[in-house]
Design a binder for this molecule. Structure first.
Ligand SMILES: [Ca+2]
Ligand SMILES: [Ca+2]
Length: 113
């Protein structure tokens, strides 16, 4: 009869290890369109993407590369800057600029060449 509480205890311990969302606590966040990583989306983010595309400076931090890839196609291009400009002009927001992006900070960033 003492085996039953032992089994229940073991099951509780196992379930505690595999709780859904437990790994989500390790995820970091960024804001779609916030290419310079200051927590806001404005014309400076457009400029950061333009400078990245012109190879004047490179967005390196994963937080920034994910935020700058507004359309999520894996590349930072002038189109991503244009989508932010359209959002700032209150023209359209097709790609949910200001949306929260969750990511694993320990995964390597994508290759944005
Ligand atoms: Ca910003
Ligand atoms: Ca893109």
């Amino acid at each position: 009869m003492k085996k039953i509480p032992l089994i229940i205890t073991a099951l509780l311990l196992i379930s505690a290890i595999f709780v859904p969302g437990a790994s989500a606590a390790k995820l970091a966040t960024t804001i779609r369109g916030d290419a310079d990583g200051n927590g806001k989306v404005n014309i400076n983010d457009v400029t950061a993407i333009q400078r990245h595309c012109a190879q004047l400076e490179t967005l390196m931090a994963k937080k920034q590369t994910l935020a700058a890839d507004v359309d999520g196609n894996g590349y930072i291009t002038i189109d991503d800057a244009t989508y932010i400009q359209e959002y700032l002009a209150e023209y359209e927001n097709t790609y949910n600029i200001l949306g929260v992006i969750y990511y694993d900070p320990y995964d390597l960033p994508f290759d944005d060449d």
